[in-house]
Design a protein around this ligand. Sequence first.
Ligand code: ATP
Ligand code: ZN
Length: 292
Amino acid sequence: MGTRPPERLRIALQNAGRLTRDSTELLRHAGLEFEEHDRRLLAPCRNFALDILFVRDDDIPEYVQDGVVDLGIVGTNAVREAGARVDVLLELGFGYCSLVIAVPERSPIHSARDLSGARIATAYPRSLKAFLRDQGVEAEVVEIRGSAEIAPALDVSDAICDLVSTGSTLRLNDLRPLVTVYESQAALTAHPGSLRDEDRAAGIRRLELRMEAYLTARRLRYVMLNAPAAALDQIKAILPGLRSPTVIPLADPGLVAVHAAVEEEVFWEVLERLKAAGGSDILVLPVEKLMR
Ligand code: ATP
Ligand code: ZN
């Protein structure tokens, strides 16, 4: 499909919106060099056989499905709403949001079942209808464009179904969340046909590995410390590391240096326990890339 030069891959990114900065940064962390001052429609990478197409996010799922591009970075919400047949290769850890149904604070609606007969305004009709069908609720879906949050105040609807991340927009509009339809985040998606083409698949795989290496590394901190040799067993037990920690003898025979990678979520707890176990001169470095 498509009439592109077979030797270059194409990836679609959102041109101006919530996903744009994280998407371009991810590509840069994957080692790609490209210009984007004016986010021209098609930005070629200088050091990888890849062209970047900047478009509206809503267009990305279909472009990927139809093979206009090989790859796309887009919210899984947009993929689901489009009903696009694409392969989700990698969740990217940004663009987190949920599609929720919300009602005015003083609404008598308190459960999904109470929505029966209600009017629900949304720019996500496909997702909402699928949800209502699942729940066995018959409600009227009022399709709108853009944000739905003022629809109840205008008496266009009794409820809304919209994307939220913090929920502050809901509170600002005197709405309370009723139920979550699904959670979403940005994902690397691929055209199934490109994955069946040997050359394209190889290029896609290289990109995917680079992104994975960055995403994995971002969650890690490299910890170096000195410890009494006698405390080594205890210290090793605290440090899960990737495989096992690196232990280096020091000039002072009573001391060793220990190096290990630690997950960010448990990082502070690990640091406190290392200190308590006799660790000193604890040095922490970011991890740039990790290829397993
Ligand atoms: P475009 O002009 O490209 O169509 P848009 O206004 O539809 O832009 P944005 O508001 O930039 O799109 O949102 C793009 C994506 O960001 C959403 O589809 C969703 O995946 C994600 N996102 C993360 N948090 C939120 C949020 N609080 N509200 C809406 N989208 C969010
Ligand atoms: Zn959009």
